[in-house]
Structure formats: C-alpha cells, structure tokens
Design a protein around this ligand. Sequence first.
Ligand SMILES: Nc1ncnc2c1ncn2[C@@H]1O[C@H](COP(=O)(O)OP(=O)(O)OP(=O)(O)O)[C@@H](O)[C@H]1O
Ligand SMILES: O=C(O)C1=C[C@@H](O)[C@@H](O)[C@H](O)C1
Ligand SMILES: [Mg+2]
Length: 170
Amino acid sequence: MTGPALILVGPPGSGKSTVGRMAAERLGLEFRDFDDDIERVHGVPAGELVVKLGREKFQESEREILADLLPQHDGVLALGGGTPTAPGVAELLEPHHVVFLDVNLDQLLRREGLVTLHPWLLPNPRAHLKELLNTRRPVYAAVSAATIPTSERTPEDVLADVLATMPVTS
Ligand SMILES: Nc1ncnc2c1ncn2[C@@H]1O[C@H](COP(=O)(O)OP(=O)(O)OP(=O)(O)O)[C@@H](O)[C@H]1O
Ligand SMILES: O=C(O)C1=C[C@@H](O)[C@@H](O)[C@H](O)C1
Ligand SMILES: [Mg+2]
C-alpha cells in the first residue's frame, strides 16, 4: 500500500469532510476523517483536545497519529484543519496527492457548527479565523498540488474540480 489516493487540507469549515466523503464514494474508496482518528486515540473530540492539551502537545500527537495512519489507508483522507501546520507534517505529506480547499472569511462564518466544533476559536471567532486564514493559506498551498476555491460554490462543483486534479493511473 502506498498511502491515501487523495488528502484534503484547508481551514475548519472549508468542506474537507463533506467533499472528502463524496470523493471517496465516487472513486470507490474508503473515507477517513483524521479528526475521528484523533478522537479514537484520545477519547476526546479533536476540538476539545486542543483546549485540553494546548496547541503544541496537540500538534505533536497529530504528527504521530498521521505517521502511523498514512501507510495504512489507501482511500481518501480529510485532515484536521490545523494538521498541515504541525511540525514535521509537511514532510509526511510530501509523497502524497494533497488538495487545498480554500474558503473566504465571510463564507466560513456562514457555515454551520464552526464554533461548537472548534471551541478554541472563542472568544472572538471572526478575528481568530481571519488571522488563521492569513497565516495558514501559504502553508496549505505549499503542501498541495492544487488549490480549489469553495466559496459560493456547491460541494458538487468543488468535487468535480478535486477529481480533475487526480493523477491518471494506468
Ligand atoms: N461548498 C460548500 N458550500 C456551502 N457549504 C458547505 C460547502 N462545503 C461544506 N459546506 C458546509 O460547511 C460546513 C462545514 O463543512 P465540513 O464539515 O465538510 O468542513 P471541514 O473542512 O471538514 O471542517 P472541520 O475542519 O470543522 O472538520 C458543513 O455544514 C457543510 O455542510
Ligand atoms: O483548524 C484547527 O486548528 C483544527 C481543526 C479541526 O479539524 C481539529 O483538528 C481541531 O479542532 C483543530
Ligand atoms: Mg471535517
């Protein structure tokens, strides 16, 4: 096994889980959500774990769990929103086909459930997300073969663009 056929990265709420699940179905592959793997290992949802452990320890754990997972999963993988920024993760992603789902701040604030899932965004989710988008966009882009805009687009349109980036296999 050579690892995931497709890895999706992007800010929380960019559509990684939604589009990742659709892509897996279309490709006839298994879908895995990295936040579920984190929760399985720690017994706490990823968003809460950030608050419990602090960002540094959380990221160390993300890198370890990802290093174990990559050789075991050959389907579609939606990473955690912050996973590509964890030290050592860019190197782990290097051999794989990674796609960045981009989204703008206004769209993000309109998407559901963001703060419930990510309590570390409090007390000012707008300011936090604005800063997060500015600092992380170059990191997401650097680990990715393609950047797909998702703002004001349907998941189906995003899916079509994602599938068009897939390397042709013979
Ligand atoms: N292209 C889209 N247009 C509008 N809403 C979308 C789009 N893609 C996803 N959504 C909605 O945005 C919300 C967040 O999507 P999703 O959970 O797939 O994002 P995510 O990147 O996996 O986020 P997280 O990092 O929180 O796991 C969901 O309510 C989903 O239905
Ligand atoms: O963007 C982030 O920093 C995070 C996103 C989520 O997917 C979770 O991994 C966690 O809430 C951290
Ligand atoms: Mg998700």
